[in-house]
Design a protein around this ligand. Structure first.
Ligand code: PMP
Length: 426
């Protein structure tokens, strides 16, 4: 793409200063200076409809969160080695949104850090090392977690203790999905055992975000979780993407499947942009770990982080955002299905609440993935000032995650832009 000189200069400064590992979104990268609600703004004041940021889930710079952070930063910002009531009140409220079995809450700063801790606890409890994940899963960036995050790419080696299973692809496996996914997990654990590796855990994202967004049929996770437990492994629900009401039917993605995890990890939208993340765990699973290993995370659960997280929970409740995610998600999917009748390149429209996947194909009958079409649409939407991205093993699925405060007028704006992009490309 032809870039204006200012963009070109900023890209080259980034390369000089931040080094080679960073990546930017879009052929024409965005320079953003401000956010408000569902909108992001560039230096010229042009607004971009944000349908991708799963962190600022209750809207950019929500005044109640901004106020809570500022207020607490002016009173006290310190760590969990001193007593503070707010962390207890928050943990109590958060745990009340989960099945009773999950009785303790531990705080970290990032989702990676939460998964790293959850895996340590699970490996300590089971005495095993073996991990089963889906084949395009992403769980984070620490050394341990990158070893079971295959979506980081071929240059990052999976651990010898890691096995992958195909994603629960509801578009292609139209019958017996739950059973076939469960059988894959069982086979992966059997393979670990054959290689002398004791099973420790099965971890999956609550909506299989990087695998291509799979939430249906509800309940399909059950046989996989049973297979993990039959192998002596624990089930970790990674709710970093799917948590905090995004799936529209409940606070947590796993609840859609009627399963109860041994550990739940969370992050991203927890503080609406302020770094706060954590692990919910069954007390019996962490009991011995807690006796043997001291846990201290300097910034995890600090008073300012808890103030942000508390304000986020208040807003989700007071603004009815779980319900809004359900209603707006259904509305958007209906709009996309309507477009599908005119554009057969849209092979499948799926997801739950405001976590939506739209799969692009070059041949609808054969369901042939079309990554080029998905990339063209993501960049075409950017040219319409609407922000989305892509996912899936074949990189052909549009990943659409609007803020939970998305209104009908925002959805109409989105659908109109997508309709123009599809018309232009076809
Ligand atoms: N788990 C999932 C499912 C994620 O999507 C991510 C982040 N994209 C992480 C974990 C890691 O979170 P963080 O970037 O906060 O370390």
């Amino acid at each position: 793409a032809d870039l204006d000189p200012a963009t070109g200069e900023m890209i080259s400064r980034r390369k000089d200063l931040l080094g080679p590992a960073y990546r930017l979104f879009y052929e024409r990268p965005l320079h953003l200076v401000r956010g408000e609600g569902v909108w992001l703004y560039d230096p010229e004041g042009t607004g971009y409809l944000d349908a991708y940021n799963n962190v600022t889930s209750i809207g950019h710079c929500h005044p109640r969160v901004v106020e809570a952070i500022a207020r607490q930063a002016g009173i006290l910002a310190t760590n969990t080695r001193y007593m503070h009531g707010a962390i207890l009140d928050y943990a109590e409220r958060l745990l009340a949104t989960m099945p009773d079995a999950l009785g303790h809450m531990m705080f970290t700063c990032t989702g990676s850090d939460a998964n790293d801790l959850a895996v340590r606890i699970a490996q300590s409890f089971t005495g095993g090392k073996g991990i089963v994940v889906t084949e395009t899963a992403y769980h984070g960036i620490t050394q341990a977690v990158s070893e079971f995050s295959p979506s980081l790419g071929e240059n990052v080696d999976l651990g010898a203790h890691v096995r992958t299973v195909p994603a629960p692809d509801s578009y292609r496996v139209t019958e017996g999905l739950a059973e076939s996914f469960g059988a894959s997990v069982a086979a992966a654990f059997a393979d670990l055992k054959r290689h002398g590796i004791k099973p420790a855990l099965f971890i999956c994202d609550g909506i299989f975000a990087s695998d291509g967004v799979f939430g249906d049929p509800a309940g399909f996770l059950k046989p996989a979780v049973e297979a993990a437990r039959a192998a002596g492994a624990l089930y970790i629900a990674d709710e970093v993407q799917s948590g905090f009401g995004r799936t529209g039917d409940a606070m947590w993605g796993f609840q859609r499947h009627g399963v109860i995890p041994d550990l739940v990890t969370m992050g991203k939208p927890m503080g609406n942009g302020f770094p706060v993340a954590g692990v919910a765990v069954r007390p019996e699973v962490v009991e011995e770990f807690g006796r043997k290993a001291r846990y201290f995370n300097t910034f995890g659960g600090n008073a300012v982080a808890i103030a942000a997280a508390t304000a986020v929970l208040d807003v989700i409740e007071d603004e009815g955002l779980v319900e809004n995610a359900r209603v707006m998600g259904d509305y958007l999917r209906d709009g996309f299905r309507d477009l599908q009748t005119r554009y057969p390149a849209i092979g499948d429209v799926r997801g739950a609440g405001l976590f939506i996947g739209v799969e692009m194909v070059s041949d609808a009958a054969a369901k042939t993935p079309d990554a080029a079409a998905a990339t063209a649409i993501v960049n075409g939407m950017r040219d319409e000032n609407v922000l989305i991205s892509g996912c899936a093993k074949a990189a052909n699925v549009l990943k659409i995650r609007p803020p939970l405060v998305f209104k009908k007028s925002d959805a109409d704006h989105f659908i109109a832009a997508l309709s123009r992009v599809l018309a232009r490309l076809s």
